[in-house]
Design a protein around this ligand. Structure first.
Ligand SMILES: Nc1nc2c(ncn2[C@@H]2O[C@H](COP(=O)(O)OP(=O)(O)OP(=O)(O)O)[C@@H](O)[C@H]2O)c(=O)[nH]1
Ligand SMILES: [Zn+2]
Length: 372
């Protein structure tokens, strides 16, 4: 067949908006699938795609399902490579999402359920690492479900003995990592415990992550508006959110024990920072943490959020990190005459003073930085 120049294209490419992804994590049996099903049946506004990441015995399959408004399902099964969970999860996660993206336009939200033993960090980082995917989708937030009855035991009230696994990553209890990385924590199965047990668990959770929102549920029945569209990793709303978070963290400060493995610490400095100073600070903190604290326990960051005023810039910068990866985004907010830099750090071996000193040491740094 011949084609002529004046032939009009039959299809005009649709303009898609980036799709938000909410990661649902939580220890074995906490209620992740219950939450997923609840969301799928309760909400009627969005067309939701689901990626399940079940590493069951024998059948290592990853499944992604897109649910249309009319209830129709689009299913996708992906074979998972054998091998170490934390190493393969990124590749497979990317694969699952890419597969799903071929059905773009059929859904406007993605829920991703991790296996109960997964560290959500590597999965969350997919959305930052892959710039191509980054224009299609973005991380909306991490929701961690906790079993009220077994949560304390799973968190290991005493800090775990730290050993190394094959991946060279020291094995911090996965349940603790899930709590540390959460933007929203659902304390589920409250029907199975009494008030004292619940209070003790909440205290433990707050001791680890003082910055996440916390909700109590039975069968994960929650107000869906508080789960979906959190925008925990993007946008100007973060400034106000962060202010509130810092208040919350400070309010829970007395719950934090020094011997705790993972804690939340806030730092608030009433000054601006140079762009290269900020990069230097983040790089030292996240990539060269061994050299940061000379005394005390080794420092490691699991999660970081911050809003900083930059020298010679009107717009402040939103800073986010998950483990050793960080990202920055200018936000629309007026810093006015009182520039400042505020951070929330969640991690191990964190001392407010050490973090403040490191920041001040880097703040005026001028020079080229190859990383932005
Ligand atoms: N009593 C009680 N049981 C619950 C509640 N929420 C969930 N369950 C039950 O707990 C069990 C585990 O729930 P799931 O939703 O499958 O948990 P999950 O986190 O997806 O589990 P895995 O995927 O195996 O890690 C199921 O039998 C649920 O019916 C609750 O609030 N109270
Ligand atoms: Zn499940």
């Amino acid at each position: 067949m011949e084609s002529s120049d004046d032939e009009a294209p039959e299809l005009v490419p649709a303009v898609f908006r980036p799709v938000p992804v909410t990661i649902i994590t939580g220890y074995l049996g906490a209620g992740k699938t219950t939450l997923l099903n609840y969301i799928l049946t309760e909400q009627h506004e969005k067309r939701i795609a689901v990626i399940l990441n079940e590493f069951g015995e024998g059948s290592a399959l990853e499944r992604s399902v897109a649910v249309g408004q009319a209830g129709e399902l689009y299913e996708e099964w992906l074979e998972l490579r054998n091998g170490c969970l934390c190493c393969s999860v990124k590749d497979n996660g990317v694969k699952a999402i890419e597969n799903l993206m071929t059905k773009r336009g059929k859904f406007d939200y993605i829920l991703l359920e991790t296996t109960g033993l997964a560290d959500p960090g590597p999965i969350a980082s997919i959305f930052w690492l892959d710039k191509e995917l980054g224009s299609d989708i973005f991380l909306d937030g991490i929701v961690t479900v906790i079993d009220s009855k077994h949560g304390l035991k799973q968190l290991g009230v005493k800090p775990q003995l730290e050993t190394s696994d094959e991946c060279g990553k020291d094995s911090l209890n996965e349940a603790v990592r899930q709590v540390a990385l959460a933007d929203l924590i659902i304390v589920n199965k409250v029907d199975l415990v009494n008030q004292e047990q619940l209070a003790e668990l909440k205290k433990e959770i707050r001791g680890i992550n003082g910055a996440a929102e916390l909700m109590e549920t039975t069968r994960c029945r929650v107000d869906l508006h508080r789960i979906l569209d959190q925008r925990a990793y993007t946008g100007s709303a973060q400034l106000h959110r962060l202010e509130k978070l810092i208040e919350d963290v400070e309010a829970h400060r007395n719950l934090q024990h020094l011997d705790k493995a993972v804690v939340t610490v806030t730092v608030d400095v009433p000054r601006a920072v140079s762009r290269s100073g900020l990069d230097l600070f983040l790089q030292k903190l996240l990539w060269e943490s061994d050299s940061v604290s000379s005394s005390g326990p080794p420092l490691s960051i699991i999660r970081l959020k911050g809003v900083v005023s930059l020298c010679n810039e009107e717009r402040p910068l939103l800073v986010q990190a998950v483990y050793d990866m960080y990202d920055t985004e200018p936000i629309f907010a007026d810093v006015g005459d009182s520039p400042n830099c505020r951070f929330i750090f969640i991690g191990r071996g964190l001392q407010k003073r050490v973090l403040e000193d490191l920041f001040l040491e880097c703040a005026d740094h001028e020079g080229s930085s190859s990383w932005r």
